[in-house]
Ligand binder design. Structure first.
Ligand SMILES: O=C(O)CCC(=O)C(=O)O
Length: 301
C-alpha cells in the first residue's frame, strides 16, 4: 500500500482489517455509497472517543465559536454541548493520523485512483437532542468538479434511526448534477442549506444503520441527510473526512484573491496515497478548527 504524508501504524493492533475487493468498488460506483463493517478495531474506536473528549475540552487548542467549560465538569457534561467540530485534524495528531486509516486508503485508492488527497475533517458528536443536516450534496460545498469527492464516515457509536444516522438516496450521484439549494427553517436541521428540485422522494432514501467501527464511503454528488438525535441520552459520534483525486485542482474558498477560477487551487491538503503532481506548490495552513454554528446560536448565512 502506498501512503504519502502519514504512516498509520498497523502494528499496534491485532485487528484484521476487512479485505476490499473489486465487488466493493463496483457497489460504490453503482450506488454512490459503500459500508465497510468492522473497519475500526475496538482500540481505535476508544482512542477516537477519548480524543473527541480532549478536543471538546480544549486540551488540543482553542476552537473558534467553542464553548467554555470548567475543569471539574465530566467529559459527558462537556461533550453533550457539541454538534460538530470542523477540521479536528488541524489540532489533533490522532485525528490527523486517522486520515490515512488503512481501510480508507485501501477503498479510496480503488474508487478514486492511486493519488488521493484530503482537504477536510469533521467530528460529529451529535449528542441527544441535536439536529441533523438537510438534503445536500457535498460537492456543493467542496468543488472538485471531477466527481472524485468522497466522504469517509467513521462510526464511533452504533448509528441508528433513533440517534440520527445518515440517510442516503442510492444511485442519486449518477446524474452528476448539482441540484439547486435554498435556506431552510425546518427545526429538525442545522444551518445547512437544503437541496431541492431533484427527482426523488424522501421514501427513496435508506438509513445507514451501522455498528460502531464501520466506515461508510459516499460520493460527493450523492444526496444525503441526517435527522436529529431523538435518543434521550448519549451521542452519535462520527469522524468524517473528505478526499479527492490529487490530480485535480481544488477551487475552494480562500484561494488567492483575484486568481482565475480555472487555476485556483486550495492547498491546505494532506496526501494520503500516491504522489501529488502539484507538490511543487507546497501546502498552506488555511483552515482552523471551529465549532459548527447552530440555529440557536445564529446561522451565518
Ligand atoms: O453525519 C451527519 O449527520 C451528516 C454528515 C454529512 O452530511 C456529511 O459528512 O456530508
Amino acid at each position: 500500500m502506498v501512503q504519502a504524508d502519514i504512516q498509520f501504524d498497523e502494528k499496534n493492533t491485532s485487528h484484521t482489517y476487512p479485505s476490499i475487493t473489486d465487488d466493493h468498488a463496483a457497489f460504490f460506483q453503482e450506488n454512490g455509497y459503500l459500508i465497510i463493517e468492522d473497519a475500526l478495531s475496538s482500540d481505535e474506536i476508544e482512542e477516537l472517543r477519548r480524543e473527541t473528549a480532549s478536543i471538546c475540552r480544549g486540551d488540543r487548542g482553542t476552537l473558534r465559536n467553542g464553548f467554555t467549560h470548567t475543569p471539574d465538569e465530566t467529559d459527558d457534561e462537556v461533550i453533550q454541548r457539541y454538534l460538530c467540530v470542523h477540521f479536528p485534524h488541524k489540532i489533533s495528531d490522532i485525528m490527523y493520523r486517522y486520515l490515512a486509516h488503512p481501510t480508507i486508503v485501501d477503498v479510496l485508492t480503488r474508487i478514486i485512483g492511486p493519488n488521493v488527497k484530503c482537504m477536510q475533517s469533521m467530528l460529529f458528536v451529535k449528542s441527544a437532542g441535536k439536529p441533523g443536516q438537510a438534503w445536500h450534496q457535498d460537492e456543493d460545498f467542496i468543488p472538485t468538479r471531477d466527481r472524485s469527492l468522497t466522504g469517509a464516515w467513521m462510526a464511533l457509536d452504533d448509528a441508528t434511526v433513533e440517534n440520527g444516522t445518515l440517510w442516503v438516496i442510492p444511485g442519486s450521484h449518477k446524474h452528476g448534477v448539482l441540484w439547486p439549494q435554498e435556506q431552510q427553517m425546518d427545526e429538525r436541521f442545522d444551518c445547512t442549506v437544503e437541496s431541492y428540485g431533484f427527482p426523488y422522494k424522501d421514501e427513496d432514501a435508506i438509513p445507514v444503520n451501522v455498528k460502531a467501527g464501520a466506515i461508510v464511503f459516499f460520493n460527493g454528488y450523492l444526496l444525503h441527510r441526517s435527522l436529529p438525535n431523538y435518543a434521550k441520552t448519549g451521542y452519535r459520534r462520527v469522524l468524517v473526512n473528505h478526499y479527492m483525486s490529487a490530480q485535480s485542482l481544488l477551487p475552494w474558498s480562500k484561494y488567492e484573491e483575484g486568481m482565475r477560477i480555472a487555476i485556483a487551487d486550495y492547498r491546505d491538503i494532506v496526501m494520503i496515497a500516491g504522489k501529488d503532481p502539484y507538490g511543487y506548490k507546497g501546502t498552506e495552513d488555511i483552515a482552523g478548527p471551529s465549532v459548527r454554528p447552530t440555529k440557536e446560536g445564529g446561522c451565518m448565512w
